[in-house]
Write a protein that binds this ligand. Sequence first.
Ligand code: CAA
Length: 260
Amino acid sequence: MVNQSYENILTRCEGRVGLVQINRPQARNALNTPTMIEIVAALQLFDADEGIGCLVLTGDERAFAAGADIKQMANASVVEMLNAPFLDYWDRLQSLRKPLIAAVSGWCLGGGCELAMACDMIIASESAKFGQPEITIGVIPGAGGTQRLTLAVGKAVAMEMVLNNRHLSAEEALRYGLVNRVVPVESVLDEAMRLAAEIAARPPVAVQLAKEAINRAFEMPLSEGLLAERRSFAMLFATQDQKEGMAAFIEKRPPVWQGC
Ligand code: CAA
């Protein structure tokens, strides 16, 4: 599917994978309101499409995204920033049911880093540079940077990045657990699409519940998270795919998933 009606993104499907590419190269993919509206709308459309099993979000070689659009925000008042739904668009990624993988090359800064961290996994190219430079323009991260970054890399590194604009190379990001793997620039999108295609070929109800259960680890005390996990595990015994998966194992054959 190619949708010509977007101005700031490109979209397409490859098999059961839906791809959204941020397309404001002249602004290093800076995220203004129209771009965030389109990103969220396209991801939500893919999420609702039963033919799609996994989503990929990417930028271009120079930038995944260089942050929220500074030119859009520069003259805003406190009331405008508090009332504007702009920063809510990052949170909307949280309600996606299907896994979302970020493929990151080049600059991944500020709101761009926050967008990548709102995804479920990050595949980085060797050129990826992660940072929260908001302190250099007189503010702090506003779309999850102080929270998701700290959960991902720990307090010490997060403090340095947010308070003193320390950038992480792709290799450092891998070492600190921010990204899943680092690959050459030319293969970053292929690698993300390959991983997405593999996940999209797995039993979809189990994939959805697995993603939900892992994300609960960030929201709930351990006892509540374990209880929710146990219930989701039990619930999967109501699916055809559980019967098929276990029968296929016992019969020593590959499973054929029904998606129900
Ligand atoms: N907002 C608006 N425009 C941006 C932008 C941003 N975040 N980042 C880059 N651009 C624009 C530049 O203004 C420039 O436009 P013009 O050609 O019209 O001058 C164009 O993109 C190219 O930028 P550069 O010439 O600076 O490109 P470069 O390759 O030399 O540098 C860069 C790239 C290091 C990413 C640099 O552009 C930069 O530092 N950008 C700002 C990064 C930043 O501070 N991000 C945080 C934003 S605030 C935020 O995100 C808040 C939040 O938590 C939600």
